[in-house]
Ligand binder design. Structure first.
Ligand code: GLV
Ligand code: MN
Ligand code: MN
Ligand code: MN
Length: 384
């Protein structure tokens, strides 16, 4: 059994649901168990563990935050019933790559909190706080589906920007590729599509399903359904991506016309103008339709992430170092994207044969993961 398969087998059962996917939400029991595992891995390597007061966890070879340190790692949290590779592969790979790098190099391994926004709604919450682009009081007040705030889950108010981020020489996040574009074992990231989440509240008039005449209804489900179809059509027309993967209905009864439908639009595009145009056009069409249905629409942007272009020279250097590994963009968000505005940052992608991600079917072969670890070690050695 390889070192990778051993470590992978250690964490595989943690937070796995009957679906085969994972329920590893930030600061819940499975994620806390993974953090303990992280501390154990750090101890085995004589690395110093620190926390940053924002929920992010670090293991350091050398002094914490020493100038010139290269930071690598990813996140433990998953989307509901997500795959096991999205996030944890970058942390397991980081520890194994550290083993292959000369001991005098200054390397930090990070486990960023709430990358998926699966619990508190804002993705990359930990890296946004750490870099100071997220207001700590806004983060503190975010609540999960049970009404527990981020501050309560963390056990303290997040502290916000960590000034020592300026000491970090480079950030490299290794991640499973989440589409089918990568046909070799390892690739290098060039860009992240701009993307965001918009909460759309469709309010109507709740009433009896049997007695209310069809002509008398103000049914927000109709406006919502129209909006989902419109978003899909607009995205196809503009080469963008639009998804409504989460919905809440009130009162959520088979025999009641809903009084409220709340859906979350996830929209992404290769450039900001296309994304803005997509969202504007979906909201315009939804508003017109709400007028016809006698319902009301309110739209709240929950998080919007600007287009990320990773450091071009750094990406070219890593590609050359890795025998001309392909350089490719992604439509998935990452902590590396947030960090790239503050530190020279790169990403390594590991091939995903089917491209499926955010699903229990997400997969990468052991051989490709091992190739990723070897690539990460070469990169860390080159940059540190
Ligand atoms: C996170 O993985 C995202 O891109 O939604
Ligand atoms: Mn993800
Ligand atoms: Mn991820
Ligand atoms: Mn992500």
């Amino acid at each position: 059994m390889s070192r990778f398969s051993q470590l992978w087998a250690e964490i595989a059962p943690i937070g796995r649901a009957d679906s085969g996917g994972y329920l590893r939400f930030a600061l819940t029991e499975p994620e806390l168990t993974l953090r303990d595992w992280f501390r154990g891995q750090a101890a085995q390597r004589d690395m110093t563990v620190t926390e940053d007061g924002n929920g992010n966890l670090f293991a350091w070879r050398g002094e914490p935050w020493a100038p010139g340190t290269v930071l690598t790692g990813s996140h433990f949290d998953s989307v509901p019933h997500g795959g096991g590779y999205d996030g944890p592969l970058g942390i397991v790979s980081a520890f194994l790559a550290v083993d292959a790098v000369p001991k005098d190099r200054k390397i930090g391994v990070a486990a960023f909190v709430e990358e998926e926004g699966g619990r508190f709604g804002v993705p990359c919450l930990g890296s946004r706080l750490l870099t100071g682009v997220m207001d700590p009081s806004r983060a503190a007040a975010l609540t999960d589906r049970d009404g527990i705030s981020f501050e309560e889950a963390l056990g303290a108010r997040p502290v916000g920007r960590i000034e020592q981020i300026a000491n970090i020489a480079a950030v490299v996040e290794l991640h499973i590729e989440q589409g089918i574009a990568l046909r070799t074992p390892v690739g290098v990231g060039s860009a992240i599509w701009p993307h965001g989440r918009w909460r759309m509240d469709f309010a109507g008039v709740g009433d009896h399903a049997g007695t209310t005449r069809m002509t008398d209804r103000h049914d927000p489900m109709l406006t919502f359904a129209f909006t989902v179809l419109a978003a899909n059509k607009e995205a196809r027309l503009s080469g963008a991506h639009a998804t409504v993967g989460r919905v809440q209905v009130e009162p959520n009864a088979t025999n009641a016309i809903p009084s409220l439908v709340r859906g979350w639009l996830d929209a992404r595009a290769a450039d900001t103008a296309t994304l803005d145009q997509l969202v504007e056009s979906v909201v315009k069409k939804a508003t017109e339709r709400a007028g016809r249905d006698g319902t009301a629409l309110s739209v709240t942007p929950e998080s919007v992430t600007a287009e990320v272009a990773f450091d071009t020279a750094l990406a070219a250097r890593l590609s050359a170092l890795l025998d001309d590994a392909p350089i490719l963009p992604t439509g998935a968000g990452h902590d590396a994207g947030v960090l790239s505005a503050h530190v020279p940052t790169a990403m390594l992608f590991v091939r995903n044969p089917t491209g499926v991600s955010h699903s229990p079917a997400e997969h990468a072969s052991d051989a490709d993961c091992e190739a990723g670890i070897e690539a990460l070690a070469r990169v860390l050695e080159d940059l540190s």
